[in-house]
Design a protein around this ligand. Structure first.
Ligand code: AMP
Length: 440
């Protein structure tokens, strides 16, 4: 299948080609024609499936086919749950619209209002916004949505989880009723269906993959581990050179900071991403992670929502996620756009109930794995706050990690007596080792 049969504008096709996309992903094949034809649409798709292009490309095609009004008023509003996702959507649209005379603005909290107010007042074709700040600015009468033609709710399930429903309803009530509304969500819950009825007209429903199944290309593994050995296990696994771009999820912000310090002290270049960090610190952390300046990014769920970083080799659930939906979103950070990735979950005795719930939700067991050469019987160190930072620094420290791209190839020896902590069987992708290794 080629992009050229989907009814897209030639200038957009050119940009798509320049982005290096050779063929549409399944959600793009399914969603682009109905959106070009003017239908409302609900897309149930996992993260990393190419859904941003799935809604942007046809929307841009329709946008440039319609003459703009006498003064520049906003014709597209995209709502997304986090500032990171807003920035990422904007970056994507800029690439897809590079040959078009389209203007856009982003609106999110945590930074000064004035530039956003100026951009809205000047009039922009596309506004990409988090609901909270947008509602504030609408209250100040900064935005003109009287000419709005398209509304997109991206990661709608997450926006509901984050308590944005009242803000979203107030925003949508202020928009023209004659518009095309597109909604994307990883899961189709009753709440999402209710929103569909309220905001959309006879939407086409597009579902890619099973309803709640994590990205197909991600290998999922569980390491059962006593709580006090989580950090030593993480450091042990990080000896594996294939772990060259690792996203680690921590439940709490302060724990994320502490873990990052411990990793740094052990010689692992690490950045953190959570909501106590300023916008510039977050952008810096993402930039360093993307460029390879840091090897590990420790993040909390909200901060990591929607981040689109190519080439994440491993996602590690240092803390098991509280909600199954979070698990799906977390592991969707790797294996994006059909790249291969591994998702590893540390499971303590306290997490067994959640693990069983997750396995029921995804409809299958997750392979249990033991880290080779790791001492599972090490005693918990005596509690000493002053010592807290030092105790993991050595002897687990592995020195400076290799630069990205210099990592060993699978099957290469890493020196005598050093077995792989993450045995991939001589370099082949790990397959499920069959039902006998699965526990339910
Ligand atoms: P998304 O699900 O929109 O976050 O997209 C995930 C990643 O897939 C992004 O890095 C996109 O740039 C990339 N992508 C989107 N569409 C395609 C395509 N047709 N071919 C290759 N990569 C794509």
């Amino acid at each position: 299948m080629s992009f050229s049969v989907l009814g897209l504008d030639p200038k957009i096709l050119q940009a798509v080609q320049e982005a290096g996309y050779t063929e549409p992903t399944p959600i793009q094949t399914a969603a682009i024609p109905p959106i070009v034809a003017g239908h409302d649409l609900i897309g149930i798709a996992q993260t990393g499936t190419g859904k941003t292009a799935a809604f942007t490309l046809p929307m841009l095609t329709r946008l440039i086919a319609q003459p703009a009004g006498p003064r520049r008023a906003t014709r597209v509003l995209i709502l997304a749950p986090t500032r990171e996702l807003v920035v990422q959507i904007e970056e994507n649209i800029r690439a897809y619209a590079k040959h078009l005379p389209i203007t856009m603005a982003t609106v999110f909290g945590g930074v000064g209002e004035q530039p956003q107010i100026r951009a809205l007042r000047a009039g922009t074709d596309i506004v990409i916004a988090c609901p909270g700040r947008l509602l504030d600015l609408m209250g100040q009468r900064c935005a003109d949505f009287s000419q709005l033609k398209f509304l997109v709710l991206d990661e709608a399930d997450r926006m509901l989880d984050m308590g944005f429903l009242p803000s979203i309803k107030r925003i949508v009530n202020a928009l023209p009723k004659q518009r095309q509304t597109l909604m994307f969500s990883a899961t189709l819950s009753k709440e999402i269906e209710a929103l569909t009825h309220e905001f959309q007209r006879a939407p086409k429903i597009i579902q890619i993959g099973r309803r709640s199944n994590p990205a197909e290309t991600v290998t999922q593994l569980v390491y059962e581990i006593p709580k006090h050995l989580k950090t030593p296990l993480l450091l042990h696994l990080l000896k594996e050179p294939q772990m060259d771009m690792v996203l680690v999820f921590s439940r709490m912000k302060h724990a994320a900071d502490r873990l990052a310090r411990q990793l740094e002290q052990a010689g692992v270049r690490t950045a953190t991403l959570h909501s106590n960090r300023s916008q510039s610190q977050r952008l810096r952390a993402l930039k360093d992670f993307k460029s390879g300046a840091v090897r590990v990014l420790v993040a909390t769920d909200i901060a990591a929502r929607g981040i689109d970083v190519d080439g994440i080799s491993h996602v590690i659930n240092y803390d098991f996620p509280m909600h199954v939906e979070d698990y799906i979103h977390r592991i969707g950070r790797t294996g994006r756009a059909n790249a291969i990735g591994d998702a590893i979950s540390f499971v303590t005795s306290e997490d067994h109930g959640e693990l069983r719930a997750l396995e029921r939700f995804i409809g299958r067991g997750i392979v249990r794995k033991k880290a080779e050469g790791f001492n599972y019987t090490a005693a918990a160190p005596p509690y000493n706050p002053a010592d807290n930072e030092r105790r993991f620094a050595s002897p687990q420290g592995q020195g400076r990690p290799q630069q990205r791209g210099q990592q060993q190839r699978p099957g290469q020896s890493r020196g005598p007596g050093r077995s792989s902590p993450h045995n991939h069987g001589g370099g082949a992708r790990p397959q499920s080792s069959g039902p006998s290794s699965w526990r339910r």
